[in-house]
Design a binder for this molecule. Structure first.
Ligand code: NAI
Length: 474
């Protein structure tokens, strides 16, 4: 039985960083080293300005960094010293070749696996933390066995991460469950036990679930598919609400009271974003096609199609409400991150909406409390393809204060559900805006009645507008 003393995590991103920080916090007897090929990311982890924002993260990092938590670019050394290695690298959607647009690109997982095989000098437990297609562990095993020094044994576990960005620390401290998949061999069970022991330092044993390897891998894709499906389902209802006069929040509340359904994750919105749902569902769709299950593939693909429809539908409602033209109007986006409490913009619906407004020749101003300016410029340009930053700056500007961003705007579009947006002085904002002053609430977070009393024209997702919306319904 291995009792883990040294952990190496390959990949210092949104998952590797917080997950390993919490292991270091809860297991003072374990030394945790997080490594990455990106020296800038490692330097940021070692600085006062961490590369990712996550409530509560900074304090824990600062308390343990240099004691039993280390960030390094020396990948080989960390691999050699560790008993357990987590692979937490990115697994983006392939952009070319076989499975383009759907399949997961496993080149980073493969590169790490080959590195582990090349440098390991002793037995290692290798844990898949990245979200991967079902049976990836088997490919990793082939690579390890074909390349490692003779006689060296590797045990592979799957332990997908279920944390949500924005609440990562809370989710890691108090997870709904920790999933550990292992091969059904004595060595596989012993390896799983070693990881169970790590989590047992703070997670109730009843919440640590062990399964077969393939169930564990598939469970992660299944969980994200179910979560995304709930959002697309309520968003589909929001379209019906807007057309009928029903209120999607009331419908969600009534539906969610059924204990078989439950009330969580039933909030209508401008559409889901984030690095995982789009990617993991695409991955699942590809898996279904590979398994010759086209009907199942079509079923899950429709969840993605509904999300695209929702983003487009919302953007079109903005245009239709503003007398069918945005040319030279100033549209202010409140929020650019894909959800609150994170600076992450991957697949953020705000990007889609901003691009749509630009095509309508609007001038756009963006305010987000956490997204760095450089990220906005990156998200709105496709270097060498669409246009460059200089061109972009003629019609897009970024502000660091909500009131400044709203000054002179014709419309405010709520793209992210930041708490801050609920508590702004909208009387003050109204005074500085062009008239009629519009608010488009893509997150159902504002008090529509109060805004209307001030004089705003308000259009909320999942509710039919009562002003020009009636005449201009598309
Ligand atoms: P990320 O892109 O933030 O971080 C991945 C890191 O791995 C990058 O810093 C990259 O430089 C590094 N890397 C890539 N190849 C490497 C190599 N060969 N050697 C060393 N470092 C290498 O990605 P994120 O968001 O942390 O996701 C990682 C995995 O976790 C993905 O598979 C994702 O699907 C999964 N996941 C993500 C969640 C999230 O909320 N972001 C939640 C649950 C799972």
């Amino acid at each position: 039985q291995v009792h883990v003393k040294k952990i190496c995590c390959i990949g210092a991103g949104y998952v590797g960083g917080p997950t390993m920080t919490v292991i270091a916090e809860k297991c003072p007897h374990i030394t945790v080293t997080i490594v990455d090929v990106n020296p800038h990311r490692i330097a940021a982890w070692n600085s006062d300005d961490l590369p990712i924002y996550e409530p509560g993260l900074e304090d824990i990092v600062k308390a343990h960094r240099g004691t039993n938590l280390f960030f390094s670019t020396d990948i080989d050394k960390a691999i050699i010293e560790a008993d357990m290695i987590f692979v937490s690298v990115n697994t983006p959607t392939k952009t070319q070749g076989l499975g383009k647009g759907f399949a997961a690109d496993l080149k980073y997982v493969e590169a790490c696996t080959r590195r582990i095989a090349a440098v390991a000098q002793s037995h290692k437990i290798v844990v898949e933390k990245s979200t991967v297609p079902c049976r990836t562990a088997s490919s990793m095993r082939y690579i390890l066995e074909a390349n490692a020094r003779p006689g060296l044994r590797f045990d592979i576990l799957s332990s997908p991460e279920f944390l949500a960005e924005g609440s990562a620390i809370r989710d890691l401290h108090d997870p709904d469950r920790v999933l550990i998949g292992n091969l059904d061999t004595p060595e596989g069970h012993a390896a799983a036990q070693a990881l169970v022991e790590v989590y047992a330092n703070w997670v109730d044993r009843s919440k640590v679930v062990t399964t077969g390897l393939w169930s564990s891998e598939l469970s992660k894709l299944a969980a994200n598919a179910f979560l995304a499906q709930r959002i697309s389902s309520i968003n589909a209802m929001s379209a019906i609400c807007e057309a009928t006069g029903a209120d999607v929040d009331e419908v969600a509340h009534a539906v969610g009271l059924d204990t078989r359904i439950g009330s969580k994750f039933l909030k209508a919105s401008i559409g889901f974003g984030g690095s995982c749902f789009q990617k993991d569902l695409s991955n699942l769709v590809y898996l279904c096609h590979s398994l010759h299950l086209p009907e199942v593939a079509t079923y899950w693909k429709s969840v993605l199609d509904m999300n695209d429809f929702q983003k487009r539908r919302f953007a079109q409602r903005v245009v239709a409400s503003m007398f069918s033209t945005l040319t030279d109007k100033k549209i202010t986006l409140f929020g650019f991150a894909f959800k609150n409490n994170t600076g992450d913009t991957r697949e953020s619906p705000a990007i889609t909406v901003a691009k749509y407004f630009r095509e309508e020749r609007a001038n756009i101003t963006i305010y987000d409390p956490k997204v760095p300016d450089r990220q906005v410029w990156l998200d709105l340009t496709e270097p060498g393809v669409v246009d460059d930053e200089i061109e972009l700056r003629k019609t897009v500007s970024i502000k660091h204060d909500a009131y400044e961003a709203a000054e002179g705007a014709d419309a405010i579009v709520i793209c992210t559900d930041w708490e801050e947006f609920k508590n702004l002085d909208y009387e003050r904002i109204y005074k500085g805006m062009g008239k009629p002053a519009f608010v488009f609430d893509g997150r159902l977070i504002l008090d529509e009645k109060a805004l209307k009393k001030i004089g705003f024209r308000v259009e909320t997702i999942g509710r039919s507008g009562d002003n020009v919306g009636q005449e201009y319904r598309f």
